[in-house]
Design a protein. Structure first.
Length: 432
């Protein structure tokens, strides 16, 4: 009799332990995020290194645009050369449709390892490009970097949301400051290796590829998902149908679209503008450093201000700043004007790229669909980023700077209008 009671008590104790474990599992899936701690900040650092290696390289393409146009690919127009720089971000963001979906299914680490390997190989292969060998530069710097970077761009941001809740905008802003760090270091490194040290293009690109590889290896070590994949997978077609009827999300797509259309004008063409207006090569080389240094400052400003100002309002302020600078680019000519454009656009663009993911999270009401929704939004931005630089390069015929300046300024103005509409809808929902 005692044995039976003991068995029953043991069974009840075991059931309680199982229930506790199930409760803990559910809590880990739906409960509050750590919002800090060594593990969480390690993931932030790893994600920052991904942005440093991929997006930072893409945003520093202006140094290659200038070098290819003047020295290395003189048989090709500025518009043709800009296709190399625009294909990479296009693929990087379009791949978000696939990588976001795979991330939601639990393939974060496979995406990270595969993407890091492809990016490293692509940058090392770029070093084999000979003068006017456009196709190889296009394959390595456009297709290879875009595909590899696209596998890790969305997952490296989405995984941060598993560790942060209230401090998520700050954490994501810190992650995206890696874009600015990469865009600061790459122009300094490439310009000094090519022009100051007089190294060959092959040697210079191999040195930079080595640095990128080290950063990506560290990212692979530091990034780890906190949550297991959900048991219920998102129905793709049902999700698309639902999103098409979500007016707030549709307008947010417009924000990403117009943002991508005008984003790269100063980034791709500021150094070329400084050179063609007769400014010294040394000053022209550092024009992108000024811009991206201020973008880094903008990212850190966003990290701290986002705790007090909502994401949609921050997006409005930064988009207005970008629009004004794009219009003002038509009057560039002196060293002072180049510095002013670099500073104002850098800060505005740094805030803007840091706040777009929190903006998409703000309008998202389905956490299990976050990766997929981010992928769709950034895919639209990718299409725009593919079209924007070649259009602006074609408008630059004869170096008439007001034409691409008007195009980019209007795109950023449309981005601002979409964000204002998003803010009005959100305010209406909150007051209801």
């Amino acid at each position: 009799m005692i044995s039976c009671n003991e068995d029953r008590l043991h069974s009840e104790k075991h059931d309680i332990e199982v229930d506790d474990k199930c409760s803990e599992t559910r809590s880990s899936l739906t409960g509050t995020c750590p919002d800090g701690g060594l593990r969480a900040w390690s993931v932030v650092l790893g994600s920052l290194l991904v942005q440093f290696s991929c997006s930072g390289y893409v945003c520093s393409y202006g140094v290659f645009q200038d070098y290819y146009t003047r020295v290395y690919m003189t048989n090709y127009s500025a518009s043709a050369i800009s296709w190399i720089g625009s294909v990479a971000p296009f693929l990087m963001l379009m791949m978000g449709l696939l990588s976001g979906r795979l991330y939601d299914r639990g393939y974060c680490m496979i995406l990270l390892y595969s993407g890091a390997l492809i990016v490293s190989l692509a940058l090392f292969m770029l070093s084999f490009t000979k003068p006017n060998q456009y196709y190889l530069a296009f394959i390595c710097q456009g297709l290879g970097l875009g595909l590899g970077g696209g596998m890790i761009y969305i997952p490296s941001q989405a995984v941060v949301s598993q560790y942060f809740d209230k401090r998520q905008p700050m954490a994501l802003a810190i992650v995206l400051s890696g874009v600015s760090f990469g865009a600061i270091l790459t122009p300094i490194m490439i310009n000094n290796l090519l022009e100051t040290a007089n190294l060959s293009f092959a040697t210079s690109t191999r040195i930079h590829a080595g640095l990128t590889t080290v950063a990506l290896i560290l990212a692979c070590v530091l990034i780890r998902p906190r949550l297991p994949p959900p048991n219920m997978h998102v129905n793709l077609f049902a999700c698309l149908k639902k999103l098409s009827k979500d007016r707030l999300y549709t307008i947010t797509i417009g924000v990403f679209l117009f943002f991508g259309l005008g984003l790269f004008f100063p980034i791709f063409f500021l150094q070329l503008a400084a050179t063609t207006h007769g400014l010294s090569n040394e000053f022209a080389f550092y024009s992108l450093v000024i811009l991206n240094g201020c973008a880094c400052a903008g990212s850190f400003i966003c990290a701290f201000v986002s705790q007090k100002i909502r994401a949609d309002y921050l997006t409005i302020y930064s988009a207005i700043g970008c629009s004004v600078v794009c219009f003002a680019f038509a009057a560039v000519g002196s060293a002072t004007s180049v510095v002013l454009i670099g500073v104002v656009y850098g800060v505005s663009y740094g805030i803007l790229i840091s706040i777009l993911t929190p903006l998409a999270s703000l309008v998202n009401d389905e956490p299990k669909e976050l990766g997929f929704r981010l992928g769709i939004a950034y895919a639209f931005a990718g299409v725009a980023e593919l079209a924007g630089p070649p259009i602006m390069g074609a408008l630059l015929t004869g170096y008439h700077w007001w034409r691409p300046a008007l195009f980019a300024g209007m795109a950023m103005l449309a981005c601002t209008a979409c964000v204002i509409r998003v803010a009005f809808i959100l305010r209406g929902r909150n007051s209801a």
